[in-house]
Design a protein around this ligand. Structure first.
Ligand SMILES: Nc1nc2c(c(=O)[nH]1)N[C@H]1C(S)=C(S)[C@@H](COP(=O)(O)O)O[C@H]1N2
Ligand SMILES: [Mo]
Length: 399
């Protein structure tokens, strides 16, 4: 179990209980991953235009290094995303305040945080990839990548993803525009009912090409929120690092209980029957995102000139929405910050506050209140088992 990190450190992946379990992907590693554990690939499909057929005996897995030069398979570079049937609403003017030092409203794919246990990033051939849905109360269904591309319900949504191991003030959070198939629809096609309607499964276990298991409440993904099997990120096919060809994204749940990358299998089961990967390692089986806020500018221990200073940052309470952000300097009153326009309740929201900075050392804190009426507690909790709490606080020098 990791202990609470110093909140101003760009923390290593706090998920990792032992140093040997976590290797950030070595620079330059671009090979296919090792054989995945435990998957029967039952169905191999050739996409229109692809030039070769993959085949494999029972119990083996065909994996092709994605490559267009060989003419085999469907590489990421060769995927063109269809226009979504249900586009995201335009982002309102004023959602991005464009203040120096403040995280931009959308996080580019290159800058998006990456958290996973993969020693080398899986390179999946989309032409042989498939997603199986099966288990308790489900009729088995298998979808190929071509099946997903051809669907008439491709949906585009802005969703802010966050990691449970993000320390207060940390960087393991990002916002992207995703394109995917509504997960609830796939489950309905398999005949799945949510527990409230008598369905026998309360947990959906996702498995990835590289053997990760991630457990998600069935109730959450079927309650009307925009849970997606995503194939697009910020207008591009998913980058390999972020799960090509498909991953799950669920607004309001930390990534370790929802955002399975390189997903190949969804099993309906129960929380009683199965513990996903992180659960026996000290992390909560359920991980709703906690309302959080962050000061982006000025930076911790910055020196700023006296006079009017812009304090700015982001706040997030995915699927609930941010109602209020307040800032406190030293032991003063909490003062309301100005909120940027809201895109959706599933995205983070920028805030800004003008501060008349007087010379000296100052301490600045931020707290958010979500639309459920809950204000972030000042009480500090470590990232394990279910997400950090406390106010992001920085110290600055005014000269
Ligand atoms: N296959 C796989 N999927 C995974 C993980 C992983 O280790 N392996 N990590 C999860 C965690 S902890 C998070 S926070 C998100 C991060 O997604 P990103 O790397 O695209 O930001 O992916 C989730 N999906
Ligand atoms: Mo995470």
């Amino acid at each position: 179990m990791p202990s609470a990190p110093d909140e101003h450190q760009p923390a290593p992946d706090e998920h990792q209980p032992a140093p040997d379990e976590h290797q950030p992907a070595p620079e330059g590693t671009r090979t296919a991953a090792e054989e995945p554990r435990g998957f029967d690939r039952r169905r191999f499909t050739l996409l229109a235009g692809a030039a070769a057929v993959a085949s494999a005996g029972a119990g083996t897995v065909a994996r092709t290094l994605a490559s267009s030069s060989t003419g085999v398979g469907l590489a990421r570079e060769d995927v063109s995303l269809p226009r979504p049937a249900f586009p995201a609403a335009p982002v309102p003017d004023g959602a991005d305040l464009e203040i120096d030092g403040l995280a931009s409203f959308f996080t580019s794919n290159d800058e998006f945080y990456r958290i996973d246990t993969a020693l080398s990033i899986p390179r999946v051939d989309a032409s042989t990839w498939s997603l199986r849905v099966h288990g308790l109360g489900a009729r088995e269904r298998v979808y190929t990548f071509a099946d997903l591309l051809a669907r008439d319900d491709l949906t585009e949504r802005d969703i802010t993803l966050a990691c449970v191991s993000n320390p207060i003030g940390g960087e393991y959070v990002g916002n992207a525009r995703w394109i995917g198939v509504p997960l609830a629809t796939l489950l309905e096609e398999a005949g799945v009912s949510p527990p409230a309607d008598g369905g026998p499964a309360d947990q959906l276990v996702s498995r990835s090409e590289d053997g990760m298991t991630i457990g998600t409440p069935v109730a959450d993904v079927m309650d009307g929120r925009d849970a997606l099997i995503a194939i697009g990120m910020n207008g591009q096919p998913l980058p390999h690092e972020h799960g090509f060809p498909a991953r799950m994204v669920v607004p309001g749940l930390y990534g370790y209980v929802s955002a399975c990358k390189w997903i190949v299998d969804i099993e309906l089961t129960t929380f009683d029957a199965f513990d996903a990967y992180w659960v026996p390692r000290g992390w909560s089986a359920r991980g709703p995102i906690k309302t959080q806020s962050r000061i982006d500018t000025p930076r911790e221990r910055a020196t700023v000139p006296a006079g009017t200073t812009m304090l700015a940052g982001v706040a997030w309470a995915q699927h609930t929405g941010i109602d209020r952000v307040e800032v406190r300097v030293d032991d003063g009153e909490w003062r309301a910050a100005t909120l940027a326009e809201e895109d959706t309740a599933d995205t983070w929201r920028q805030w800004v506050h003008e501060w008349d900075a007087e010379p000296g050392e100052h301490r600045i804190s931020v707290r958010a209140t979500d639309r459920g009426g809950a204000t972030q507690t000042s009480e500090r909790a470590a990232v394990a088992p279910d997400g950090a709490t406390g106010h992001h606080t920085i110290e600055v020098t005014v000269t």
